[in-house]
Design a protein around this ligand. Structure first.
Ligand code: SF4
Ligand code: SF4
Length: 63
């Protein structure tokens, strides 16, 4: 399982700075989460990127 960043993202960079796995990157002005690196912050049971994102609908659990 991993999280994904959707179209509501407005590229504030906040999530990229808090991801401990280096799973979030930006390419062509779009932020993406690498599903091979994201562990849903299983160490704290609560995704850091979701917690810090100012846009409530930008980050969701991948299908
Ligand atoms: S859930 Fe955690 S590991 Fe996954 S992208 Fe967000 S901050 Fe990184
Ligand atoms: S914190 Fe939210 S709005 Fe900011 S770059 Fe990440 S997904 Fe986009």
């Amino acid at each position: 399982m991993a999280l994904q960043i959707g179209k509501d993202c407005f590229s504030c960079y906040a999530c990229e700075t808090v991801c401990p796995e280096g799973a979030i990157s930006i390419a062509a002005n779009t932020f993406v989460i690498n599903p091979n690196l994201c562990n849903e912050c299983s160490d704290i049971k609560s995704p850091r990127c979701m917690a810090i994102c100012p846009e409530p609908n930008a980050i969701s659990v991948a299908d």
